[in-house]
Design a protein around this ligand. Structure first.
Ligand SMILES: [Zn+2]
Length: 429
């Protein structure tokens, strides 16, 4: 069968509306390179949020906003006892980021709600589209801020006074946004749900290489981030003999190769990255007294993440090229496994369309990580051309975007049923 030629008996999404809305949003914050810059709660991000809310209100959907600036579009179900079925993603981007990261999941989620509305299809559960505030963490830290606050992993009071990269406090930015989308109902943090299913571009090369249109995401790998500081002694580059130096850069180089060995970077499951490095005093004719660098270490295996991470922390016990070293732990996020019944639901949704699929873990962090701390969660991936993301070249074929959206629609409808203990589904109403 040619992929996508089977037609399930469920609600059909409208590919044309999906694409034209993606195009409309790509114009908000567009860059000369063809990408987009919509930092969280910036003028551009607020404009995009306002646009999606306007589309939702025009269809009669209820829109709510919580104190962290997360937005929720609700299409009411007929059973007031049933827990909601959720989907969601984000509208904010990296600087000069791509046109699909985040926004695709939001527009596709709205498309599912609208298609149900077009066909007058009823659901027992409320279907809720969450638009998470500040997933990217560029203007304000940390990443997945809105969904972390929603899930109760962070407290707004601890973050509100932080100053963003443009000198504006988070508090002020949230207040400006509230003004922009005024008149919405209030939403609570961390409401229970029956299922949360997020659709996203893969941002990696696996699906394209396998020539498969749909990824069943099995979980999100764990992350540890460390900050290493190597301290030596500043001295004149011309007069200090090589043997008496305490060169912090040399110490950092030795430490770096040791850390790679401790992470076992030959292990195909491991990702190890030094993304930031600074050197003091930073003059061409002075031996550096201090070098600081970050390490981002990821792995889907919790034991490897814990044991190898601990070994890296213990590297502070000795001198490196005669220099002392300190290390601080920036992030420790355990790997998450997604719910089996949701993965099974997505497989069924893809089969109904004649779309072949592949199980794979997510290399990147997503808002689904926080949803998974509250209730049953899953994700769907569509291919990313060349595996490129966070870049204007980010691309997925329009046909593949439409297939992903249709699979989301089928799966959300399937999840709109209570599952008995035997795994069989039965309608709640
Ligand atoms: Zn994203």
């Amino acid at each position: 069968m040619v992929p996508g030629t089977a037609e399930g008996d469920g609600v059909r999404i409208h590919a044309g509306r999906l694409h034209s809305r993606l195009q409309d949003l790509s114009r908000i914050g567009s860059t000369p390179e063809g990408g987009v810059t919509r930092l969280a709660l910036s003028i551009e991000d607020r404009q995009a949020r306002k646009q999606v809310v306007a589309w939702a209100l025009a269809r009669g959907f209820e829109c709510r906003r919580d104190l962290a600036g997360n937005l929720f579009v609700v299409r009411a179900g007929h059973d007031r006892e049933a827990l909601p079925v959720m989907t969601g993603s984000h509208l904010d981007t990296q600087r000069n980021g791509g046109n699909l990261d985040g926004v695709y999941g939001v527009v596709a989620g709205l498309e599912v709600l609208e298609s149900l509305e077009d066909e007058g299809a009823s659901t027992s559960s409320d279907l809720v589209l969450a638009i998470w505030n500040n997933e990217e963490g560029v203007r304000f830290a940390p990443v997945t801020m809105g969904s972390s606050l929603w899930a109760g992993k962070l407290r707004l009071a601890d973050l509100a006074t932080q100053i963003g990269s443009d000198g504006v406090s988070l508090e002020t930015a949230i207040a400006e946004d509230e003004e922009e989308v005024s008149g919405l109902g209030a939403a609570a943090f961390a409401s229970p749900f029956r299922a949360y299913l997020e659709l996203h571009i893969e941002q990696g090369p696996v699906l394209e290489a396998a020539n498969l249109p749909i990824g069943i995401v099995t979980g999100i790998q764990g992350v540890r981030q460390f900050l290493f500081k190597v301290s030596g002694e500043a001295a004149h580059a011309g007069t200090t003999p090589m043997v008496t130096r305490k060169d912090a850069f040399l110490g950092a180089l030795e430490l770096h190769s040791r850390l790679r060995a401790l992470a076992i970077v030959d292990d195909p499951e491991v990702r190890f990255t030094v993304g930031r490095m600074s050197m003091n005093p930073g003059a061409p004719n002075t031996i550096p007294s201090e070098v600081a660098f970050t390490v981002d270490f990821r792995c889907p295996d919790a034991t490897k993440l814990r044991e190898r991470g601990a070994a890296m922390l213990n590297a502070a016990d000795r001198l490196w090229a005669g220099c002392s070293m300190t290390v601080s732990n920036l992030i420790h996020s355990e790997p998450v496994s997604f719910a089996d019944f949701i993965m099974e639901s997505v497989r069924g949704a893809a089969r109904a369309e004649g779309l072949p699929f592949l199980d794979l873990p997510s290399g990147a962090t997503h808002d689904a990580l926080n949803a998974a701390s509250i209730g049953p969660t899953g994700m769907i991936f569509v291919p990313s051309r060349g595996g490129v993301s966070h870049n204007p070249k980010e691309w997925t074929d329009p046909e593949q975007l439409a297939w992903g959206c249709q699979v989301l629609a089928n799966a959300l409808r399937d999840l709109d049923y209570e599952r008995g203990s035997d795994g069989n589904r039965s309608p709640t109403a």
